[in-house]
Design a protein around this ligand. Structure first.
Ligand SMILES: Nc1ncnc2c1ncn2[C@@H]1O[C@H](COP(=O)(O)OP(=O)(O)OP(=O)(O)O)[C@@H](O)[C@H]1O
Length: 239
């Protein structure tokens, strides 16, 4: 069953075509990786799915509904959760308070449900011992964990991860990937933009490659990474 469908989606900023006729579908429970060179339009793709940017043309369906013209709040409440490339938590709130704010405003759960759920998410994301620490004092790995936890507090059916492994050490990356795997195992559908390919391919079963806003490949990771188009355009190898 399809959870997300983009149909011929396009977006330009002036003369710059950032998203060009992009179409793909994501099945419920699937994890899809998105790769491509800097500036290929990956984050813009997320902004179009969340509604932070509106399409110029095309259609976006989420969970069986046309959400193309819906605002980000409506899409979040419907189950589209996301993390940002640069985590920006409320630095002067505690980790737990950050989760409660996300749960209270980004989900339709009642107040009592939100606090209970946030306590569970703290454990799930390994932030239990940091619950009462101010977010501003967290390490990069903990900030990434908090970014993931805040997205989970909105009770997403679809989780969009934007370079969550970027900047981490190898050991930290392994830890975070384990947490992403545990989230995926609960049935949440995932689209993950990531430059750290080994982290990405340990979770996703398909890769989508963007270049200059166009989909130049979508398929199984091995097939995609060995394809002529990807080696020429994405890896810069002349074949
Ligand atoms: N609001 C905007 N106004 C004008 N140009 C924009 C805007 N947002 C993005 N762009 C441009 O669109 C292109 C795609 O940007 P985007 O951030 O989606 O790429 P990306 O693939 O996520 O890159 P990176 O891997 O560096 O994060 C870039 O050339 C960027 O400068």
């Amino acid at each position: 069953m399809t959870i997300l469908a983009l149909k011929n989606v396009s977006k330009s900023y002036g003369a710059l075509k950032v998203t060009q006729d992009v179409s793909f579908t994501l099945e419920k429970g699937e994890a899809l990786g998105v790769i491509g060179p800097n500036g290929a339009g990956k984050s813009t793709l997320f902004n179009l799915i969340t509604g932070n940017v509106l399409v110029d043309a095309g259609q976006i369906e989420f969970d069986g509904r046309d959400v193309t013209r819906e605002n980000p709040m409506a899409r979040c409440l419907a189950g589209v959760g996301r993390t940002f490339q640069i985590p920006q938590p409320f630095d002067k709130l505690t980790v737990f308070e950050n989760l409660v704010v996300a749960g209270a405003f980004g989900s339709s759960a009642s107040e009592s449900d939100v606090t209970g759920r946030c306590a569970d998410i703290l454990e799930q994301t390994g932030l239990g011992p940091r619950a009462n620490d101010l977010a501003g004092g967290l390490s990069l790995l903990q900030r990434k964990r908090l970014e993931l936890a805040r997205a989970l507090a909105t009770q997403p059916k679809l989780l969009l991860l934007d370079e969550i492994a970027g900047g981490l050490t190898e050991g930290e990356c392994v830890q975070l990937v384990d947490t992403v795997k545990s989230v995926h195992a609960t049935g949440v559908s995932i689209v993950w933009i990531e430059h750290v390919l080994h982290a990405l391919t340990s979770v996703v079963t398909r890769l989508l490659v963007l270049d200059f806003g166009k989909v130049i490949g979508i398929g199984e990771p091995d097939e995609i990474m060995n394809s002529k188009a990807v080696r020429e355009i994405y890896l810069g190898i002349d074949v």
